[in-house]
Ligand binder design. Structure first.
Ligand code: HAM
Length: 410
């Protein structure tokens, strides 16, 4: 019986992993350059951590199971709630603000399709302890810089959930309304609001807000929620000065229920249906988890979606194949070690193959050179170096081998 991997999961081969690691390196470097430090939390948590506030959709989409003692646990569908649990457990007394970042796998029981997986990776940050618009602006700039560094083509859209919440204040089922707005299910939204007999004036405002998209001038068209609009204006000033390109979209309400203030999303137009590559905003979860009320803001980049549209290559490492024979194997091992110590990738035969097959394999793995360790050359303190592109072959003293290869490789 051939075993398959679970639906919605993936395997990664070396080529992919190389690019993923390179992306990761870039993201880590930028996060750290802003003073964010890496944290890690468990892969599974008590289910309540997520059911308390993460929103209806996430709860339906969770992997939930009981352990042998009957505890109800869930594989993490995201990391904001775990990070805030960690904050309440261990970091409340630390000097604010706290800057954390993470790179971790998440699990959601969604219907798999291109760009939507049941196991996927997020690279995210949380900035904890500041209620200022400056904190919102910092995380937006950070997300922007990260996606730019990955050479991704994308659009950044910024909104404020407080504005829609203001419109829906006191309205029953406002959570469901927000969710329909988030999913952009406009027909259903209209039907639902009709069914719930939502006041015409409120309905009108909801639809006007959804359509408000564009530069800072659209903010002038809103004559309520003054505090929220003022905040967006102040953020706009900072982003403009930092040459961040963005649009306001007052219809952005985000799927997770914990957002309270400024929210933002990034889209890669080339990705089709699952084009949201980053989402975030400000929220308050600490008090829900038993801590002091603490403002926080952050975002998570959908690493797997960005992978599809990002243009970074894995680091190019020079590869040399060491052709060894039975009577020279121990010397060949020493030569391989010397090459590795000098920064080359040195691959040596482990199949006891003949010369022709070893050279053919060297080509298969895209080695640039083959170093032939033959008995006769060894006796003269030399090896034979074959350039696998040109086919040229010359003898080189072992002492000069690394210099010789360094001067020839790109
Ligand atoms: P989210 O929008 O649910 O936000 O997820 C963030 C990103 O993860 C999405 O924009 C998307 O790119 C990616 N993503 C989500 N689900 C999948 C999936 N099934 N397959 C592949 N990629 C996926 C959060 O999770 C918040 N915790 C972000 C945040 C951090 N807000 C504040 N701090």
């Amino acid at each position: 019986m051939k075993l398959e991997r679970p639906r919605g999961t993936r395997d990664f081969l070396p080529e992919e992993m190389k690019k993923r690691r390179e992306m990761e390196k870039i993201l880590r470097r930028i996060a750290e350059s802003y003073g964010y430090g890496e944290i890690a939390t468990p892969t599974f948590e008590h289910v309540e951590l997520f059911t308390l506030k993460s929103g209806e959709s996430i709860v339906e989409e969770m992997y939930v199971f009981k352990d042998k003692s009957g505890r109800e646990l869930a594989l993490r569908p995201e990391l904001t709630a775990p990070v805030m649990r960690l904050y309440v457990n261990s970091c409340e007394v630390m000097p604010k603000p706290l800057r954390f970042y993470y790179f971790a796998n998440c699990f959601r029981y969604e219907r798999p399709q291109k760009g939507r997986y049941r196991e996927f990776w997020q690279f995210g940050v949380e900035l904890i302890g500041s209620d200022s618009h400056l904190a919102d602006a910092e995380v937006i700039m950070l997300a922007y810089e990260m996606l730019k560094a990955l050479k991704v083509e994308f659009k950044l859209e910024i909104g404020h959930v407080g504005i829609m919440r203001d419109v829906l204040k006191g309205i029953e089922n406002s959570d469901r309304i927000m969710r329909l707005i988030d999913k952009n299910q406009i027909d259903e939204l209209e039907k639902f609001m009709n069914d719930c007999k939502v006041d015409e004036k409120v309905k009108d405002r909801v639809f006007r807000l959804i359509e408000l998209k564009g530069d800072a001038s659209i903010l002038e068209k809103v004559n309520f929620a003054e505090k929220e609009i003022e905040r967006l204006k102040r953020i706009a000033e900072i982003l403009d000065a930092a040459k961040v390109e963005y649009e306001f979209d007052l219809g952005i309400v985000r799927g997770l229920d914990y957002y309270t203030g400024v929210v933002f999303e990034c889209y890669a137009p080339n990705l089709g249906a699952q084009k949201q590559i980053c989402g975030g905003g400000s929220y308050e979860l600490a008090s829900l988890f038993g801590g002091q009320k603490t403002p926080a803001t952050g975002f998570a980049i959908g690493f797997d979606r960005v992978y599809e549209v990002c243009n970074v290559d894995g680091e190019k490492i020079r590869t040399v194949f060491v052709v060894a024979f039975e009577d020279t194997y121990l010397d060949a091992l020493k030569i391989a070690k010397m090459l590795r110590n000098s920064g080359f990738v040195a691959v040596i035969d482990v199949m006891e193959r003949n010369l022709k097959k070893q050279l053919s394999y060297a080509n298969d793995i895209k080695a640039e050179f083959a170093v032939l360790v033959g008995k006769n050359e060894l006796e003269e303190g030399k090896v034979s170096v074959k350039d696998l592109k040109s086919g040229q072959q010359i003898d080189v003293p072992i002492k000069e081998l690394t210099n010789f290869l360094s001067s020839r490789t790109v």
